[in-house]
Ligand binder design. Sequence first.
Ligand SMILES: CC(C)(COP(=O)(O)OP(=O)(O)OC[C@H]1O[C@@H](n2cnc3c(N)ncnc32)[C@H](O)[C@@H]1OP(=O)(O)O)[C@@H](O)C(=O)NCCC(=O)NCCS
Length: 145
Amino acid sequence: MAYRIKEVDASDDEIADIIRGFNREIGQFPELTDAELDGFHCHWWLAYLDKEPVGFAGVVPSQRLLNVGYLKRAGVMPAHRGHGLQVRLLKARERKARAIGWTHLVTETTNTVHSANNCIRAGFKLYEPETRWAYEHSLYWIKRI
Ligand SMILES: CC(C)(COP(=O)(O)OP(=O)(O)OC[C@H]1O[C@@H](n2cnc3c(N)ncnc32)[C@H](O)[C@@H]1OP(=O)(O)O)[C@@H](O)C(=O)NCCC(=O)NCCS
C-alpha cells in the first residue's frame, strides 16, 4: 500500500467533516470556518493510505498580500508520521498556487521543528513580514513560486 495525496472538495460535507475532525484531533488549531473550507481559492488536500484518510492540508489567499497564497494547516495522524507526507502536501499546494497565478506562498510555524525543517526541504526561506500575524516566537516562511 502506498500513500497518495489527493485534492478534495471541501464543500462536500463528508470531506469537510474529515478535515474538521483531523483539525480537532491535532488539538492545536482553531476550528475551521465554512469560508476557510469553501471560500474563493481555498483548496484542500487529504493524504490517504489506500482508502483511509491520514492527513490534511489547505491553502487560501493571503489576507494581507495580493497574489499570495497562505499555507493553512497541515496535519498528519500520529501513526502515519515520518513518511514525508508533509512535504508532499506542501508540493501539491505549490503546484496549485502556481496554476492560480500567485507569485508567492507564505506561512508560519510555531513550536514545530519538524514543520520548519519541511519548509526548508520544500524550498521556503525564513523572512520577517511587515506585520507579524501569529505568536511572538513564530517563524515566518516564504517561497517565490
Ligand atoms: C508536523 C507534521 C505535519 C509532519 O508530518 P510528517 O508527514 O510526519 O513529516 P515527515 O515525514 O517529514 O516527518 C517529520 C519528522 O517527524 C519524525 N517522525 C517520524 N515518526 C514520527 C512519529 N511517529 N511521530 C512524530 N514524529 C515522527 C520524522 O523522523 C521526521 O524527522 P526529520 O525531519 O528529522 O526526518 C506532523 O508531525 C503533524 O501533523 N504534527 C502536528 C500538527 C503540526 O504541527 N502541524 C504543522 C503546523 S505548522
